[in-house]
Design a binder for this molecule. Structure first.
Ligand code: AMP
Ligand code: MG
Length: 472
């Protein structure tokens, strides 16, 4: 079989101010570590034999129809504006329209230097590549909008991080790679025409029919409000919510230092570079609003008189916290078996969360156990749970099918940090068994899979992973 990717590119036509043409840099000995056949099928891609796939997804051969380029963008990193970022270690090969009619980008990440690499080497090592593969596919299976992973290829070249690490390239698939930062760069430069064209392109691609820049702002707000509530509902901490890592499509992107919580701790931070806790678990709803305000600021720069739009843009942004709160309430209510929440259910949920934090309860396992008998065992002091559960059981009398609802929304399996570390260590020494098992199990996260119960266990004290690294 010969690899075939049905490219249908549109970004190139947007204009050369938006990117630089850049082919991936060749690697020594590409070898396929993983290929996602289900996703390939959705994208209309015919897989080839392994050596050919290694050549293409390792970056040694540009496939027919591809038009590789590095995209330009800026972004606020930890609150500080960086006027020029861009794909420093990634190239967009092109776009395909899937069997579902959705247009998606196919990007190689870790594919070598580009005009935007600054001092970076343009590369990635196997650890973060496999981590992004597993976590992004797990997020997809959880029902959370996300970029996806099509392939992981080992390069055969060392990458220098805390020492020599095996290099790898991830093939990332996204509804697009447009970010808040893509708008910010042209706004900062006062390039109104470019901003207008980008706005038009984003609307056509993601929200056809919405009206102008303020319509786009509303649509992104709605998508990001839903997204952050979904993250919260599974204990996901993104870790680096810079505006260049915040998509226009509403997909989760950039799995650098992300992690799922084990023990519930609202102020949990994993990222080793997030010293101030800006991107802590419970700061995420506030940060997404801040990011949307940056998008608003950028979008209005395309207007003849930006001042005229300030009031409307402000209103749109100010409505976001309330929307997130409603999304949050509906998701957390479902987690405790309530299908149609009332405002008063907020207190019930918050009471449980407070007791979970005090009782050092595992976030995932506690919610999963609510539909069984064992939830109280998750708490240091099980009576703290009992004190909550009486009121909860009374409330559930008004619900039709709380058990089923809870099982549908509370995952049994998440990618636990300590197992991810174990998976990466094994993969580096050539053993892909845990990687493959995690992918299989995490593709059905809401099903009990007793033969894989070990993947549900929280870390033992000596297994706890205290920090995650950008891994760049
Ligand atoms: P990130 O924190 O991964 O979102 O990356 C922020 C910026 O740094 C983006 O412009 C990346 O392309 C760039 N970058 C990250 N790692 C590297 C690397 N190893 N080489 C070149 N550029 C990089
Ligand atoms: Mg990024």
């Amino acid at each position: 079989m010969t690899l075939h990717i049905p490219f249908d590119n549109t970004y190139t036509a947007l204009g050369s101010v938006f990117y630089r043409k850049q082919a991936p840099e060749p690697v020594s000995q590409p070898r396929v570590l993983a290929f996602n056949h289900d996703l390939a099928q959705l994208l209309g891609i015919t897989p080839g034999d392994l050596p050919e796939m290694a050549e293409v997804f390792g970056g040694n051969r540009v496939p027919e129809g591809a038009d590789p380029l590095a995209q330009l963008y800026a972004g606020h990193q930890f609150g500080t504006f960086n006027p020029q970022l861009g794909d420093g270690r990634a190239v967009l090969l092109g776009e395909v329209v899937g069997t579902d009619g959705i247009r998606r980008d196919i990007q190689l990440k870790g594919s070598g230097r580009t005009p935007y690499s600054r001092r970076g080497d343009g590369r990635a090592w196997m650890g973060p590549v496999l981590r992004e593969y597993v976590v992004s596919e797990a997020m997809h299976a959880l029902g959370i909008p996300t970029t996806r992973a099509l392939a992981a290829v080992e390069t055969g070249d060392p990458v220098w991080r805390e020492g020599a690490m095996p290099g790898a390239v991830l093939t990332r698939v996204a509804a697009s790679h447009l970010r808040v930062g893509t708008f910010q760069i042209f706004a900062a430069r006062g390039e109104r025409e470019a901003l207008k064209r980008l706005t038009h392109y984003a609307i056509e691609r993601h929200y056809p029919g919405v009206d102008g820049p303020m319509g786009l702002l509303r649509a992104v707000r709605d998508a990001q409000a839903r997204l952050v509530a979904q993250w919260m509902s599974v204990g996901f901490i993104h870790g680096v919510m810079n505006t260049d890592n915040c998509t226009i499509s509403g997909e989760t992107i950039d799995y650098g230092p992300c992690a799922f919580m084990d023990i519930y701790n609202p102020s949990q931070v994993f990222s080793s570079i997030d010293r101030m806790g800006r991107y802590a678990y419970d700061n995420q709803p506030g940060i997404i609003v801040w990011n949307l305000a940056q998008l608003a600021t950028a979008l209005i720069q395309q207007l003849e008189d930006p001042q005229e739009a300030v009031e409307e843009a402000t209103e749109i942004v100010h409505a976001m916290p309330g929307m997130i709160e409603r999304e949050w309430l509906s998701r957390f209510a479902a987690k405790i078996g309530i299908a149609r929440p009332q405002t008063s259910d907020m207190t019930l949920i918050e009471d449980l969360l407070e007791r979970m934090a005090a009782g050092q309860a595992d976030f995932t396992n506690t919610f999963r156990a609510l539909s069984g008998e064992a939830a109280r065992d998750q708490f240091i002091d099980p009576e703290a749970f009992d004190g909550w559960a009486d009121g909860w059981r009374q409330r559930l009398e008004a619900e039709e099918n709380p058990k089923t609802l809870m099982q549908q929304v509370n995952p049994a399996f998440i990618p636990r940090n300590h197992r991810m570390e174990e998976m990466i260590a094994a993969a580096v020494s050539g053993n892909m068994a845990l990687f493959e098992r995690m992918n299989t199990v995490l593709s059905r996260p809401y099903e009990d899979q007793p033969e894989h119960a070990d993947l549900q266990n929280p870390p033992k004290p000596d297994e706890v992973v205290p920090a995650t690294f950008c891994g760049t």
